[in-house]
Design a protein around this ligand. Structure first.
Ligand SMILES: [Zn+2]
Length: 270
């Protein structure tokens, strides 16, 4: 049974997912870094307007706290698309110091390599972690509303099946901290996209007056995963809203764009 705990190492606090033997899955908080306001303090995003040296130092701090080498991190450029890239040891280090060097045109990565941390960055969008410990193989995808309607989480499942021989009934999924159905108000164009893709949106959209609704990206991604063959009992929703928890998380929406980024990280240990 999966659960999360908030752990701390050297002043760095992070969300750790418990219940795996061979896989580390974590999500950073904003606590324990060196950046100053409005990026205080553990900003891990290079493309935010923060001081570059501070971000690199924060990355080293977080990497160390969760038992990884930052020089091995593989990152993706995150273009709000739906492509998931299979990555290997030859990709180790891509984007760990330069955004331009990250895996291009991708919002998700999958690997079967040991000690190769997949890392993606967030300030409200949904991180979806996928784990098949029997192979082992892991995936990490970035699902904002665009990635969610493009079913990027299902692309991650499909890539694990195609490239690593995984089977959907052995894959466990985690839906990480992100803006919740309490705070994520969307307008008519987004409502129309979700209605077109999901059909019945009674469990996804709560109307908020003319042309607006609160959107549940956690439930939407859970539906995408279930349609990809993941059973409901293997889908764990963290349930932490980045917008509600100002002390723990950056939120693009709440902070009106001028804010830092958390990291989701997943790695096969052995
Ligand atoms: Zn909220």
């Amino acid at each position: 049974m999966l659960q999360y705990r908030i752990e701390e190492a050297g002043g760095v606090k992070y969300i750790a997912y418990k219940g795996f033997q061979k896989v580390r899955a974590v999500f950073s908080t904003r606590i324990g870094g060196v950046s100053s306001s409005p990026f205080a303090s553990l900003n891990l995003g290079l493309h935010t307007g923060d001081d570059r040296q501070a971000v690199l130092q924060n990355r080293t701090l977080f990497a160390g706290a969760v038992g990884t080498a930052v020089s091995r991190w593989v990152t993706a450029q995150q273009v709000h698309g739906s492509h998931v890239m299979s990555v290997h040891n030859e990709h180790a280090g891509r984007g760990h110091r330069e955004q331009a060097d990250a895996i291009p045109c991708s919002d998700g990565m999958v690997t079967g390599e040991r000690q190769l941390p997949l890392v993606t960055f967030y300030a409200d969008c949904v991180p979806v972690y996928l784990v098949d410990e029997t192979k082992p193989a892991v995936a990490l995808v970035h699902a904002g509303w665009k990635g969610t309607v493009a079913r990027i989480a299902a692309n991650g499942v499909q890539k694990m099946i195609e490239e690593y021989g995984c089977s959907a009934d052995r894959i466990k999924a985690i839906i990480g901290p992100s803006i919740g159905p309490c705070c994520y108000q969307v307008d008519r164009p987004v409502i129309d996209k979700f209605t077109a893709v999901f059909g019945d949106t009674g469990d996804l959209l709560s109307p908020q007056g003319e042309g607006y609704a609160l959107l549940d990206l956690w439930q939407a991604n859970s539906r995408v995963l279930q349609e990809a063959g993941i059973s409901l009992e293997n889908i764990y929703i963290t349930g932490l809203c980045t917008c509600c928890h100002k002390e723990l998380f950056y939120s693009y929406r709440r902070d009106r764009g001028k804010t830092g980024r958390m990291a989701a990280l997943i790695m096969i240990l052995s």
